[in-house]
Structures are given as C-alpha cells and as structure tokens.
Design a protein around this ligand. Structure first.
Ligand code: CUA
Length: 157
C-alpha cells in the first residue's frame, strides 16, 4: 500500500496528538490525583439539617486520626463558615446543598466539587502547608454568587 507523504505526516501527527492527550490525562489522574468527587449518595434536600451527617456540620476527628469536614452550601455561603483543620492530616470533605447547585472549590488545591441538592459528594485532601485557604463557589447560583466564599484555616499540628 502506498501512502502519500502528506498523508503519512498527518497520520503521525494524529497518533502523536492522541498519545500526548492520553499521557496528560493519565499523569493528571494517577500522579496528581485529579479525580472526580466520590460519593453520590442521595439525600432529601428539604431535610438536610435533620439528616446525618449534616445534622452535625463541622470538623470531626475520626478514630483513625483522619478528619471529616461536613459542610452545607446554601445561597450564599457555607455552613459552618470559617473552620480550622490541622496540616498533614487526611481530610474528607463531605458536602451537599440545601437549595440550588453550588460548588466547593479550595483555591490552590485539587478540591473542586459541585455541591448539588439531593446529592452527597466527597473529596479527600491533605493540606501540606499551614495557612489560610480560600473556598469559592464556581457555579452561578444567584444574585449573591460572587459573594459566596469562606476560608479554611490550616494550622500546624
Ligand atoms: Cu453558590 Cu455560586
């Protein structure tokens, strides 16, 4: 079979582009830990404050030394607001919404979840550096969307 020179060049270009694309996706997923949020359990959005674990929002230390942060997104903020967590400990963020779709995005980290009414989403993160981390809502949720933010204080153990 004879392939024209330009055909060969384009074929090589296409295959290389595919290899580069799959490498970028692979490194980002397996090396840098960019995975979708887990969970996707259902919850009645009308009864968030009565349903575990959202009946006790906040920071909870677990028996194995890891932490869970339980948070509700609502127009236009997060409940609880400012929280404090230790550096160097694995933290499971568990979120839901009691009204419309929001997001929970911690600036400078891989944590960037949608906060959906009726769904419980999880994402694990370990803060290596102490400091103040900004949390913002990336989903347009109404007139106060651009005010919807909070901060996480990460403190030295
Ligand atoms: Cu909540 Cu935008």
């Amino acid at each position: 079979m004879h392939l024209h020179k330009y055909e060969k060049i384009w074929l090589i270009f296409g295959i290389m582009a595919l290899i580069i694309f799959l490498s970028v996706v692979g490194v980002s997923a397996f090396h840098q830990g960019h995975t979708p949020s887990g969970g996707h359990k259902k919850i009645d959005p009308e009864k968030v404050s009565e349903t575990a674990p959202f009946d006790q929002p906040g920071v909870h230390e677990k028996e194995d030394g890891t932490y869970e942060v339980v948070m509700v997104g609502k127009a236009f903020g997060y409940d609880p607001g400012k929280i404090q967590v230790p550096a160097g400990k694995e933290i499971m963020f568990t979120v839901t919404s009691s009204d419309v779709v929001h997001s929970f995005s911690i600036v400078g980290t891989n944590v960037n979840m949608m906060v959906v009414p009726g769904e419980i989403n999880h994402k694990k993160h370990t803060f290596q550096e102490p400091g103040t981390y900004l949390v913002i809502c990336n989903e347009y949720c109404g007139s106060g969307h651009h005010f919807m933010s909070t901060e996480i204080e990460v403190v030295e153990q």
